[in-house]
Design a binder for this molecule. Structure first.
Ligand SMILES: NC(=O)c1ccc[n+]([C@@H]2O[C@H](COP(=O)([O-])OP(=O)(O)OC[C@H]3O[C@@H](n4cnc5c(N)ncnc54)[C@H](OP(=O)(O)O)[C@@H]3O)[C@@H](O)[C@H]2O)c1
Length: 307
């Protein structure tokens, strides 16, 4: 697998990552199988969050759902210890229902300890703030993230779903760099390409980890979640399918190749829980789109030619 760096660190990550949002809900294959497949394909960055699994209590654990995906990943780490050293383990905290967001020093300190316990590890490679807490100052958040790194329990820190202004404001107070951002990004949810998110990633040398790179599967299936989007989605799908034919590739592969082609070095977080589809996703790395093809895809999404 082609690799990238986690920000300006010496940590090498695959150009595709594996996501655990749906980890606790997928029953067709074992968690071991999915993690082993992802790692064998070079998807060594494993992205999870304490909130993942929230609606699915994990049998045999005291998790009421919250922390469920971490519990399951922790079992894999305990049962197959050699996998831990092959993983760049990334988790997130800061959402704790019924509170929408909490990034206070007190809360994050507890949240990190709980994640470590569930994941059965004594360090996390990348701790990310899941969503910005509008009631915690950037100064306090920077202090919390700094303590995490100082304690040795976290190697690096990043943020998810922060606006550009929030990223800049937080950066101003940080003693350690923010090595990653995690925006929703796909050919369907294309805002990060246009709104400065990816530009700021290049400026700050933070790796963009793209969540829902297939727009929660909508690009793969061609079915829009909101029926009023269907016509626009159809236009995107037909542009993708045309290129899929040219490159003898699948729709998923072209959609991922579109993200991979951007100079910010986007690392799509692959969401499927099916080993076969993970292998299909890895095939995206062999596709080289031309600049004209890349712009054609973007133009199909915009519904107009570039100005
Ligand atoms: N930071 C955040 O706020 C945030 C939010 C959401 C997600 N994330 C991260 O991003 C990761 C990916 O998100 P996502 O799951 O929405 O990603 P996605 O890749 O956009 O969507 C994956 C979904 O599409 C389905 N799918 C249907 N046909 C498919 C095909 N041919 N190929 C591949 N998938 C197909 C998958 O089902 P099958 O499993 O049945 O294949 C799965 O339900 C998450 O696991 C999480 O780590 C972060």
């Amino acid at each position: 697998m082609k690799t990238a760096r986690l920000g300006e660190t010496d940590i090498e990550i695959g150009r595709l990552a594996f996501g655990c949002w749906r980890f606790a809900d997928a029953a067709e294959t074992t968690p071991h199988e999915r993690i082993e497949t992802a790692i064998s394909l070079g998807m060594n960055l494993i992205d999870t969050a304490d909130i993942y699994g929230f609606t699915t209590p994990v049998p045999g654990s005291d998790s009421d759902g919250f922390g469920g995906a971490e519990v399951m990943l922790g079992r894999v780490i305990k049962d197959v210890p050699h996998l831990r050293s092959k993983m760049i383990l990334a988790t997130k905290g800061g959402i704790r229902p019924p509170m929408p967001y909490n990034s206070s020093l007190e809360y994050l300190t507890e949240a990190l300890e709980a994640s470590l316990r569930r994941l059965k590890t004594d360090y996390i490679d990348l701790y990310q703030i899941h969503r910005p807490d509008l009631l915690t100052s950037f100064e306090e958040l920077a202090r919390s993230l700094g303590y995490m790194v100082e304690s040795g329990k976290v190697r690096h820190v990043g943020v998810s779903n922060f606006t550009n202004d929030q990223f800049r404001a937080l950066s101003k107070y940080m003693d350690v760099p923010l090595v990653s951002r995690q925006p929703q990004a796909s050919l369907w949810f294309h805002n990060p390409i246009m709104d400065g998110t990816l530009d700021l990633c290049q400026e700050f040398k933070a790796v963009p980890l793209a969540w829902s790179p297939l727009a929660r599967g909508q690009i793969a299936t061609g079915h829009a979640v909101n029926s009023e989007d269907q016509l626009k989605l159809n236009a995107v799908i037909s542009a993708i399918d045309e290129l899929a034919q040219t490159h003898s590739a699948t729709r998923t592969q072209i959609a991922l190749a579109f993200l991979l082609h951007h100079p910010a070095g986007i690392v799509p977080i692959i969401g499927t829980q099916k080993p076969k589809r993970l292998t299909e996703a890895a095939g995206a790395l062999d596709i080289q789109l031309s600049a004209r093809e890349w712009y054609s895809l973007l133009e199909a999404r915009l519904g107009q030619r570039m100005p």
